[in-house]
Design a protein around this ligand. Structure first.
Ligand code: NAD
Length: 463
């Protein structure tokens, strides 16, 4: 028998077996018809998971990482097919990053205090069932990353996914659920519903079976979750500026900014959304950006045309252009370019919509200012206290330090592309849920766990 046919037969057997299990008639690898059914099944699964050892959790995480690595191209292609956003090659890198650098059980560090009165332990244990909301921009990446962290901390998870990415999200939930089941014999640790909707997301947020909400998305969903009365970890919108001063390595700054801002066509929340450059070096920086694959627009009329096209009459970025290739956007604006443009750039004022709105498109406005002090003030206004991400290119330690203090962003990248802040070419773990308004920063397993204090009096202090 051909290897493919054999794999198909094994999959069919597992599918039939899962379908026949008592109470799971409507389920297919964790995909249910109703919110209530999905959450109730996850609750049962979490009860079983609680009884398992840490070693079992380690095996589950390692199986997810190993087995999902066979599907990197498939996930990237399916995501692109369904959402029409981004670039397949960049998506592959994002998924690989999640599998390589999302921490598991090792992230749950125990703290201890000992003394004359004995020992106190602080340990991290499961919340129960987490309700995780995922975006259309990084649907599978967020889902896999959240699943690893949440399962490592001993939870089950209900995924409320974006309707615009429901097929790839459903497929990913089913695949993860299958891997987990094969590894630890528990099904429905990762669940979702067949037909996601805003209404279903809201039903989940107030369902009594949900113990913690983890929200990755824009302002509306964060606001909605905050009204639920439950604990919320919220990873909201950003508008990351990038400062470049006259002391920077301008050639490298140009390359880094184009790499970060054009990655997956700018749909990452951490991607550079504008540049604030000191006047003296602004034109040289632009030249370096052009060398790195950016296309400069000088004609005011074309800039206006682009604005009319990409921003709807109600002031929102047009879905038609979010995450689209720069060449497509240029073509729609009547500009034909005969090479693969990574990024469209132009000089604008600070108040331009391209600067102040989170466009999520490969369009990067550049604001020229007199000096570093002005650059910092302008960049602070652009960031809008979203506490998300900022980047800066400079060799001046004092200025880098000052900007780091003033920004108060969850991620601040110095002398590198924004994605270094996700551990891609930078140190540290990765995540696709950067908790901004609620302050947990780059979330990992430890954020998805409840901290508990466990006291033993008069013993176990051996100093
Ligand atoms: P979105 O806000 O449209 O959707 C995100 C999720 O929220 C989806 O699952 C959607 O169905 C749900 N949702 C939206 N409005 C809702 C409401 N009123 N009630 C209940 N659920 C609701 O965002 P998107 O376009 O999919 O993703 C892009 C946005 O997400 C950007 O603003 C980006 O900055 C942000 N984002 C933030 C992070 C982060 O880590 N901070 C990561 C990725 C994306």
């Amino acid at each position: 028998m051909q290897e493919r046919e054999l794999k198909k037969t094994v999959e069919q057997i597992v599918r039939e077996f899962l379908g026949k299990e008592k109470g799971l008639e409507n389920a297919e690898y964790g995909v249910f018809s109703t919110v209530n059914e999905a959450i109730s099944s996850a609750k049962v699964a979490q009860g079983k998971y609680e009884e398992k050892s840490l070693e079992c959790r380690r095996k589950v995480i390692s199986a997810i990482k190993k087995e999902m690595s066979c599907f990197i191209s498939e996930i990237a292609e399916r995501t692109f097919e369904e959402t029409g956003m981004g670039r397949v090659e960049d998506k592959k890198l994002k998924i690989q990053l999640v599998l390589d650098k999302t921490p598991g059980v090792e992230d749950l560090l125990t703290e201890a205090e000992t003394g004359d009165n004995g020992m106190t332990l602080y340990e991290l244990s499961a919340y129960g069932v987490i309700g995780a909301v995922t975006p259309s921009t990084n649907p599978a990446e967020t889902l896999i990353c959240n699943a690893i962290g949440m399962l490592a901390a001993g939870n089950a998870v209900y995924f409320s996914v974006h309707p615009g990415a429901k097929k790839i999200s459903r497929w990913t939930v089913a695949k993860l659920n299958e891997i987990v089941y094969k590894t630890c014999g528990i099904q429905n640790l990762i669940v979702t519903i067949k037909e996601p909707s805003i209404q279903a997301a809201q039903e989940m947020m107030t369902h009594e079976g949900i113990d913690l909400l983890v929200i990755t998305g824009g302002p509306a969903v964060v606001r909605q979750a905050m009204q639920s009365g439950k604990k919320v970890i919220a990873a909201g919108a950003g508008n990351p500026p990038s400062i470049v001063d006259e002391t920077a390595n301008i050639e490298k700054a140009g390359r880094d900014i184009v790499a970060g801002a054009s990655f997956d066509n700018n749909i990452l929340c951490i991607a550079e959304k504008s540049v604030v450059a000191v006047e003296d070096i602004a034109d040289y920086l632009i030249l370096q950006m052009e060398k790195a694959g950016a296309y400069l627009i000088k004609d005011e009329k074309v800039i206006q045309k682009l604005e009319q096209l990409t921003i709807t009459p109600n002031g929102e970025p047009s879905r038609k252009f979010i995450g689209k290739n720069a060449n497509f956007i240029l073509q729609e604006a009547g500009v034909n370019v005969d090479f693969d443009v990574r990024l469209i750039i132009m000089k604008t004022k600070e108040t331009h919509s391209f600067v102040m709105k989170e466009m999520l498109m490969p369009i990067l406005p550049i604001v020229a200012v007199q000096n570093f002090d002005e650059a910092l003030n302008v960049a602070l206004r652009i960031e809008q206290k979203l506490h998300h991400t900022a980047t800066m290119h400079s060799q001046n330690i004092g200025r880098l330090n000052l900007a780091g203090r003033k920004f108060q962003t969850s991620i601040f990248v110095k002398n590198g592309p924004s994605f270094a802040g996700l551990g891609f070419g930078g140190e540290g773990a990765t995540t696709f849920t950067i908790a901004t308004p609620t302050g947990e920063c780059t979330t990992t397993a430890r954020n998805f766990a409840r901290k508990r204090r466990c006291v033993l009096t008069d013993g176990f202090s051996i100093r």
